[in-house]
Write a protein that binds this ligand. Sequence first.
Ligand SMILES: Nc1ncnc2c1ncn2[C@@H]1O[C@H](COP(=O)(O)OP(=O)(O)O)[C@@H](O)[C@H]1O
Ligand SMILES: [Mg+2]
Length: 304
Amino acid sequence: MMLLEATNLRKHFGKHTSVDGISFDIEQGSCVALLGPNGAGKTTTLRMLAGLLEPDSGLISFDGGQPGGDYRKALGYLPQAPSLYGWMSGQEYVLFAAKLSGLNSREAADRGAEVLERVGLKEHARRRISGYSGGMKQRLGLAQALVHRPRLLLLDEPVSALDPLGRREVMELLRDIRDETTIVFSTHVLHDAEEICDHIILMNRGRIAEQGPLASLRSQYSLPVIRLRTEKMSGARKWLEELASRSFVLESRFAGEDVMFNVNDVELARHTILSEAVSREIPLLHFETGSSTLEDLFMKVVGA
Ligand SMILES: Nc1ncnc2c1ncn2[C@@H]1O[C@H](COP(=O)(O)OP(=O)(O)O)[C@@H](O)[C@H]1O
Ligand SMILES: [Mg+2]
């Protein structure tokens, strides 16, 4: 079942188009990574989904309702740089968020205590937020976003600003929360997306470059590749460029002395490359056959 359907969303600021007509569905119960480099349009997209930013055009329909309907009560949102009030205690902050979301005092107190325990901050609930670590602050941010049991959780780069330990804390928490609610989280790190998500929406320059279930993107992009590196010399470079135009090479990518060829015939490619390297006396430093990965796709999209 679809929880949210976005159709042709567009947003510009001045002359700059930040989100350029994107459409996607969020399936109930899924964990979706909104993946893309800085400036791709992730935050703008999440703010539109959260109802904080009016799209220039396009429609958002939540839970089969009329496009444009108000579904904000069903949302939890954690902004990229949340402004937590350092002078408040964790407990005060969560109560404050609970009341803002419409819970009465009794519900707010019960539910606040429950989520603080849920995110592992029960013991620190009475401490001032200013004394929290980065990971603790982000977990408090998650508590705030979860307090009213949202059906959809929107998280903007929840782990990007954290050190490795804090990142681990929050990723593990997200892995648990994933079973309770539908999550969309943005990241510029493919690895984070692969770690906990089942769907990926890959954005670049305001557009969606690829989207779909992680597993099918993986198999779709698992194409035969050859990676090689030669010693730095002009003859080698010329030869590599020549190779790139052979019929067995579908696509090539050069990065300094490293070259990657997508090939349609690994055997032919291997034989040709190795025998030519010998006959032309080109010093090969590295030669590897394998499959392309999502990392290759990500680099290709980002580099484009
Ligand atoms: N309020 C704003 N005013 C002007 N430009 C903006 C504003 N918000 C975002 N942008 C621009 O829109 C583009 C996408 O930004 P953003 O959605 O924040 O990307 P991401 O979150 O993927 O890094 C960027 O080029 C950014 O500079
Ligand atoms: Mg952002």
